[in-house]
Design a protein around this ligand. Structure first.
Ligand code: MLT
Length: 271
């Protein structure tokens, strides 16, 4: 683990693996960088892979009570500055994708490609905003554990859950390491995020969409409609897969991400 210490983020922790063109992997909610453990060995064969714990997750912290996607994107920029990186492919799982889109809006000139893994450029619907508000309230009233125990199994495809209960249980344990304050700050940050489909429309770099056919969080049709908006799109739909392909379907995800990253760096040479 590597660490950066700032006033806003008393500790920013990240993993740095491998050598070669840079790829940064952002985890989702409520997770930390370990989420990518099944993918990073393959990606780090040919690439430098940076995997942060986002502030409020794993070993990373933040001051104050609130977070925003823009602030989280800036925490990623701090890591890149420390590492002297000005060119990368950025991948984000779900909430990590919302952060990646905020990063692309502000620092798009640094990107050679953007991979949205079970994520969306749309804002929350009103129903979803209301659900998040209720979840935050429940957590603030001491309901962190029931929230996590109800949420995590819903991220997986039913058959996977039945066949691999230990994977689901591990994710529950990981999520329970995250403090109530951070869970609430992430929920509010997701609820307040704007739609960012313009980022998809206005970019010149390729965009990858990894889609789970049975994802309960990011509806299949909703993401499919976005997957043709940019100039250059890579779309993979995994059958019998929920929201967590890095755990449910890691071999296919690693192959698809490696292919995309290679393409992005070659495409950059002919752009
Ligand atoms: C995530 O996996 O990051 C969250 O489920 C995303 C969300 O709730 O929108």
């Amino acid at each position: 683990m590597q660490f950066i210490y700032t006033d806003e983020f008393p500790c920013l922790a990240y993993r740095k693996l491998g050598k070669g063109p840079v790829v940064v992997l952002l985890h989702g909610f409520p997770e930390d960088g370990n989420l990518w453990r099944n993918i990073w060995p393959a990606l780090s064969e040919d690439n430098t892979v940076i995997i942060p714990d986002l502030p409020g997750s794993g070993e990373s912290t933040f001051t104050g009570e609130t977070l925003s996607m823009e602030q989280l994107a800036n925490s990623v920029k701090l890591i890149l500055d420390k590492e002297g990186i000005d060119e990368l492919v950025l991948a984000g799982h779900s909430m990590g994708g919302y952060i990646a889109l905020a990063f692309a809006e502000r620092y798009g000139h640094m990107l050679n490609g953007l991979s949205l893994v079970h994520s969306t450029a749309l804002a929350d619907t009103n129903d979803k905003k209301e659900n998040r508000r209720r979840s935050a309230e429940l957590i603030q009233r001491g309901g962190r554990e029931p929230f996590v125990k109800q949420m995590i199994p819903n991220l997986f495809f039913d058959r996977f859950k039945q066949e691999h209960p230990e994977v689901v249980e591990k994710q529950v344990r990981e999520a329970l390491k995250i403090e109530a304050k951070s869970l609430v700050a992430f929920l509010d940050a997701m609820r307040n995020r704007p739609e960012r489909t313009n980022v998809l429309k206005n970019t010149s770099f390729p965009i990858q969409f990894i889609i789970g056919r049975n994802d309960n969080v990011i509806p299949f049709n909703n993401i499919l409609q976005q997957s043709h908006l940019s100039n250059s799109n890579f779309v993979s739909v995994y059958q019998s897969c929920g929201h967590m392909s890095m755990l449910e379907n890691p071999k296919a995800l690693a192959v698809d991400m490696k292919g995309f990253i290679n393409y992005c760096y070659q495409f950059e040479n002919i752009r």
